[in-house]
Design a binder for this molecule. Structure first.
Ligand code: SAM
Length: 259
């Protein structure tokens, strides 16, 4: 087992961009229902009972808990302490899942994985990796996946896209809970080839009460051809039958570790 890269700001790594918004992230995802990325059922249904699974960027565990509920054993790697905390709150309510779900501080690449796995996925987390980290992550997963094991990832893009950095907020989702209204707004504040800086505003309003939590992060774009080439080099074969809809970046792209 190689030593994992540190995941917290205190250890010299990037700040926790999800700090203070983990609960809001979950609430907005719940409001979006089935259309909320990542597509939970599409990732979860690839897990079978007893499988050893790695969730790269587990967040609040929306996919990981569904995988654990299928009696698979999932190792969650997540750099954000606030996202891990939200995941642990959910686990606290579901002791039946405790034997199945391991939560660790870490980030890809350099996850410090221990042992061999049957299935790994990046559900909504590839967007946080640049091209070099994508390649290193595929190589690391290849080293830890058994022959024939599955690798699934979404947010693989049709083409290389560079959005317009107009800084204009658009509403992503809105939900009322009690007398409060929660709104998520997003704007592209800067862009260059293959990447965009995005500002998210989580707004809570109730009468004259108003709170705004802002989160900023970079999203990296991953054209299908580049991802396909990197997977091939890392020892994976893209499952073309499963990927009839690969151009839909919300759907997982599925590959298998070569035997
Ligand atoms: C959009 S969220 C998706 C969370 C989760 N997979 C779900 O089912 O909702 C992306 C997650 O990736 C995490 N992340 C960011 N950079 C990462 C990295 N280098 N390695 C692993 N996870 C990372 C973020 O902290 C965040 O929790």
């Amino acid at each position: 087992m190689s030593a994992p890269r540190p995941a917290t700001a205190a250890e010299g790594e990037a700040e926790d961009s999800y700090e203070s918004v983990a609960g809001l992230y979950d609430l907005i995802a719940a409001a979006q229902g089935e259309s909320a990325p990542p597509r939970i059922s599409a990732f979860a249904e690839l897990a079978q009972p007893g499988m050893r699974v790695v969730d790269v960027g587990a967040g609040t565990g929306r996919v990981a808990l569904a995988v654990g509920a299928r009696d698979a054993n999932v190792w969650c790697v997540e750099p954000s302490a606030s996202m891990r905390s939200a995941l642990l709150s959910k686990l606290a309510q579901r002791p039946a899942l405790w034997p199945h779900v391991t939560v660790t501080a870490g980030q890809a690449p350099g996850m410090g994985l221990d042992g061999r796995f049957d299935y790994a996925y990046l559900a909504g987390s590839l967007q946080f990796l640049d091209a070099a980290d994508r390649r290193a992550t595929f190589a690391e997963l290849s080293d830890h996946l058994a022959p024939g094991a599955i690798l699934a990832l979404d947010m693989v893009d049709d083409l290389s896209v560079t959005p317009d950095p107009d800084g204009v907020d658009t509403t992503v989702a809105e939900v009322r809970v009690g007398r409060s209204r929660y709104t998520l707004r997003a704007a592209v504040t800067a862009a260059a080839a293959g990447r965009a800086d995005i500002r998210y505003r989580y707004i809570t309003e109730c009468g004259t009460h108003r709170a705004v939590q802002t989160m900023r992060r970079t999203r990296y774009f991953h054209p299908f051809d580049d991802v396909h080439a990197d997977l091939t080099v890392a020892g994976f074969t893209v499952d073309t039958e499963h990927n009839g809809r690969w151009h839909d970046s919300a759907q997982p792209l599925v590959a298998r570790r070569n035997v």
